[in-house]
Every structure is written in structure tokens, then in C-alpha cells.
Design a protein around this ligand. Structure first.
Ligand code: SF4
Length: 432
């Protein structure tokens, strides 16, 4: 349902109270610039979304009378954190004061108010409901946590997943594991061979922002991994086990342990999908995992351009070409290969990035793009990678349409698909 007019801008009083300013229509940001947003691009803020007040920042809007763009003088700017399965089309537009604090590692999508509702410029990109907040039953989660801790008393990984990930960080994947369903997280690496500016598991002391979770502190054994993953693959609906989680470094640095785990797991069951979320830095290790039985890979990247990638990932002893090679390796074994594509309006939808993305899809025979919202302070990100000019933009929506048109077999989504989807009717209703 598209709006009759743009929503009004939001502002906060700096005390957590949010108001609409009916003298200004909300706009969106891409790169360093503010743009009007088509009425049809606004959707109601989906369930599970949040609103943030942005200290030291003033919102930009369009004056409802003059049509001029100007600042909202009434308070701080407001942005939305849109829930998983949705991709933001525009960032929140604001002017940042010189002494404004760097924003924490969340996504900052534009937001507005219309007819009693909050609105955001976004699209639902995935119909799988595995991380719908309405689907989480706290009683079942706590019962499941108790059951797993009781049944795996000596398993450090189950202890980490239940006490830290599930009950402290409220990680959606760990909560699904506690509920005995879908994708089960298997973190394994305390170290990483990249130095991402917006790393969510490690931020250097000198940085003012903190990582959203702490990095794993131990190396799990094959026995610890196999002990809980086999029952999950055997019993969970649409089962997936996924190495590579937000609470660890790079899983490929633990490839021997993962290889031996996969071999051991597959001795017990052929059920489900064994996936690895990774920075893709070690194609030889990926080959060994495919030999062992890995089914799918998801390689994270902020860009399909080597230059932009390298400025963000700051890789140790690997390079952009290695991540491309890792995708190719999995496809050469008939596996499923996705990119975890950090969407940043004004960078992701530039003509240069579009051409690089087309090349990546063709070179790797890519299976899927997971259009993820980039959880980072926009000014900080562009500043850190030294981008002052972003170049000609297509718009995120148009970029998706162009890619979908040229690559009809390439899947769009937000989550790693279960084997039932990879092998079955992919478009079937997965609102399971
Ligand atoms: S690859 Fe992952 S763990 Fe490593 S620095 Fe980047 S975000 Fe952090």
C-alpha cells in the first residue's frame, strides 16, 4: 500500500521521546547526500524494528510549504533499525555536529511518521520467518536452554551458546537452537585474519565504539561440535548447522577442526545442510571442507570492488581474489554459494559497484545474494574508507531489479537456505 504523501520527519528530545514534525517531510540519504523518497518506497516499520535517537545530529527534511530541504531545529535526528528479512533503501538523512559521538554498530535506516504509523523505505527481501520476533517464545527458549545445559554438562560450546549468545546477547540463531529448530550456530574461532573497521566481535581499545558481542575465548574440539550438531540435524525442522558466527573470529582459521567435525557428523547423518559463514580468505581450506561434505558457504563483503573491500576488511595475508576463489570452489563441488552483502545506499548502488557485482556473479556462478543492512555509522564508515565522492547512483531498489532481470536464477534473500529449499522448490512458501 503506497502512501498518498511522504511521511513527516521524526525528531527526539534527547530523552528517548520521539515526535513528528509536521512542517517537514522525511527524506532519505545515500552516500553523503539527501534525496526525496518515492511515496511507494515507504512501508510500515516491520514488527521487531526499533527507533534510535541520534545524538549530535539534526534531521534533514523537505519543507511541506516551500518544498525546500532544510534542517529540523526541534531536536535530534531519528533513524530506524529494520528487522532481519528486510533491506533498507535509504539511510537516515541528518547533519552531524563536529563533536557528535560515533554511533554504535547498528543500521540507521530513514524513518518517518504517517497516519499513526512509523514508516521506513525498505523492501521485504526474504519470506523465511526464522528471525521474526513474534516467533520467539521465551518460555520455550528458557526450557530449551535448561535442557541443553543439563544434557551437555561438559560442552563449553553449548555453555557459550546458551549462557552468552542465547540468554545474554539474545542472538536469534542461538534462540532458534534453544527452541530446537532451523539454523544452529557453531562458532569455533577465537582469532581472525582480517581487521574489519566495523567488526562486531572485536573493536580496538582506541575506538570509541564497542563490539556488539565478545569474541569466543577457546577453541572447541571436534567432540564438542559433533555432540550437539548431530542431534540438531536429526531432529530439527529444516535443519542447518552454520560455522561462522558474530561472536567469533574467522572460522577458516579452524578449518582442520571443522573438516574433522563434518566428516564425523556425516558418519551419523546425511540430514540437513552444513554451512559456513566466512570472510572466504582461504580457498584451499574451503576445498578441504567441500571434500569433507560442506554443503554451502556464505562469504561476507561490503563490496564487489577490490579497492573498497580492502579498505574495509584490512586483510592479513589474503586478498580479495581469495574470497572470489572460495565461492568458485564451492560451486565447483555443486555447493550453494552466497554473499552476505552489506548494503550501504550510495555505495552498493553506484554504477561502478553494479558493474563489479555483475562480474562477481558471473565469475563465481553465484547462487544467492543476502542483501544485509550494513550495521555501521554512515559518516564513520565513509570517513574510514576515505570516500568523499560516491559516484553515480542507481538506487538500491533499481539495482536489485537490474540484477534480478539479468540473473533470473540468482536467489535473493537474507538467510542461509535449508537443504529443502536448495534441493526443492526454492520459491515454495517458507513461512514454516
Ligand atoms: S572477518 Fe568477521 S571476525 Fe574478522 S574482523 Fe571482520 S567482522 Fe571481525
Amino acid at each position: 500500500m503506497s502512501l498518498s504523501s511522504s511521511p513527516y520527519i521524526l525528531y527526539s528530545d534527547g530523552k528517548g521521546n520521539i515526535f513528528e514534525d509536521t512542517s517537514l517531510y522525511a527524506v532519505g540519504r545515500a552516500g553523503w547526500d539527501a534525496f526525496p523518497v518515492e511515496a511507494e518506497d515507504w512501508i510500515p516499520l516491520p514488527d521487531g524494528g526499533n527507533l534510535y535517537e541520534l545524538p549530535g545530529r539534526q534531521g534533514i527534511g523537505i519543507d511541506v510549504v516551500t518544498g525546500e530541504m532544510r534542517l529540523c531545529e526541534k531536536g535530534w535526528a531519528v533513524a530506524a533499525f529494520i528487522p532481519p528479512a528486510h533491506t533498507g533503501l535509504f539511510l537516515a538523512a541528518y547533519e552531524t555536529a563536529p563533536d557528535a559521538p560515533t554511533l554504535p554498530l547498528f543500521c540507521y535506516t530513514a524513518a518517518g511518521w504517517h497516519d499513526g504509523n512509523f514508516y521506513v523505505p525498505a523492501v521485504r527481501i526474504e519470506n523465511d520467518i526464522r528471525q521474526e520476533c513474534a516467533g520467539y517464545d521465551q518460555d520455550k527458549i528458557e526450557a530449551g536452554t535448561g535442557f541443553l545445559l543439563k544434557n551437555y554438562p561438559n560442552n563449553r560450546l553449548v555453555k557459550h551458546l546458551m549462557e552468552n549468545c542465547c540468554m545474554t546477547y539474545t542472538c536469534p540463531a542461538a534462540r532458534n537452537f534453544a527452541m530446537g529448530r532451523w539454523e544452529c550456530p557453531v562458532p569455533s574461532s577465537p582469532a581472525c585474519n582480517a581487521n574489519c573497521i566495523g567488526c562486531i566481535s572485536f573493536q580496538p581499545e582506541e575506538e570509541t565504539i564497542v563490539s556488539t558481542q565478545d569474541r569466543l575465548t577457546f577453541k572447541p574440539t571436534v567432540e564438542e561440535i559433533v555432540e550437539f550438531t548431530v542431534p540438531h540435524l536429526l531432529n530439527a525442522p529444516y535443519p542447518i548447522i552454520s560455522f561462522g558466527q558474530g561472536c567469533e573470529g574467522e572460522p577458516l582459521l579452524m578449518w582442520e577442526t571443522i573438516r574433522d567435525s563434518i566428516i564425523e557428523i556425516r558418519k551419523h547423518t546425511g540430514a540437513g545442510s552444513i554451512n559456513i559463514n566466512t570472510n572466504g580468505s582461504k580457498p584451499d581450506a574451503v576445498k578441504a571442507l567441500c571434500e569433507a561434505g560442506l554443503n554451502s558457504i556464505r562469504v561476507s563483503t561490503n563490496s564487489a570492488r577490490k579497492e573498497i573491500y580492502t579498505r574495509y576488511y584490512r586483510p592479513n595475508n589474503y586478498q580479495f581474489e581469495d574470497i572470489i576463489e572460495s565461492l568458485k570452489v564451492v560451486r565447483s563441488y555443486g555447493g550453494w554459494a552466497s554473499i552476505n552483502y552489506f548494503v550501504f545506499p550510495g555505495m552498493t548502488d553506484t554504477v561502478e559497484e553494479y558493474e563489479a557485482l555483475r562480474k562477481l556473479i558471473i565469475d563465481t556462478d553465484l547462487s544467492m545474494i543476502q542483501w544485509r543492512n550494513f550495521n555501521i555509522d554512515p559518516d564513520w564508515y565513509l570517513g574510514q574508507i576515505g570516500v568523499t565522492e560516491t559516484g553515480e547512483m542507481l538506487g538500491v531498489k533499481q539495482l536489485q531489479e537490474l540484477i534480478r532481470e539479468e540473473f533470473p536464477n540468482l536467489k535473493f534473500g537474507y538467510f542461509n537456505p535449508p537443504m529443502e529449499r536448495i534441493k526443492g522448490n526454492y520459491e515454495a512458501d517458507f513461512a514454516h
